[in-house]
Design a protein around this ligand. Sequence first.
Ligand SMILES: [Fe+2]
Ligand SMILES: [Fe+2]
Length: 270
Amino acid sequence: MVTVQPDYDFEGATFDLSDPGDREIVNFILSQALFGEATGVYCGQSLYAARSLEAARFYVRQARQELNHLELFADVFRILEMKPLPAHWVIKTMSSHNHYYPLKVLMEHAIGEGLVLDIFKDVLLQTLPEDHPGVPEIKKKLNVVCREELEHVEWGEKEVRWVLEQDPSLATPFYGLLEWQLWLAPLILRRYEGQAEGHPVLSHLPRFVEHVNNRVWEQGRRLGFVPEERPGFFGRAWAMLTGGLLFVRSQFTSGRSTLDKTYLSELGFE
Ligand SMILES: [Fe+2]
Ligand SMILES: [Fe+2]
């Protein structure tokens, strides 16, 4: 089995699963993951508006994988004898389904699942301690999840490129939304800021957040919607305003079916 390699090095730091404080933190992380996987399942909704047979195939496959991830994470809770907590409001906001295809592929797949992968691959795979009897099995499961999430991000990136080719004017609001997501995501960690000093894993948080920000920034640049130089205050504010407006507009968009109009050409009859 190919092991997914982390990008950020926690330098061997692990949580202590016999310590109630550490168990609370691990439970918090796993609870966000569980909620994210539950919302991942409703990518099945995207089937209705799938723009091609390839997209339809992808969403069928993804829905099955996310359903599987949901159950895998439930197993992880059982193995660690933990009980899931409700999701943080940031996770609820970031994982809300978007019917507007350009934002769906950008925010859910390319950026959103990219961030999910950072947590699974970099945090969970490295910081769960091997001395707990259940952890080797958990890591095996997480490896499977990570490889599939990697595919979901790749799909998102491919579709973002296509969307930008169709409408290059989306680059500025896309960049603004990336700024929003980079501002929003670290708010989840705020509750642990006071505990960071001296804690083997939490003391990495500032550097880890910086690493993730840089990675997402590079990703946006690679996809062609993040400018080479970070704009000044007004440039950023403008992009965030256009991104915010596009997001608000997307909340009132309902997905339109396409396969009933394109199935003949998609199947090669036209
Ligand atoms: Fe997933
Ligand atoms: Fe996923």
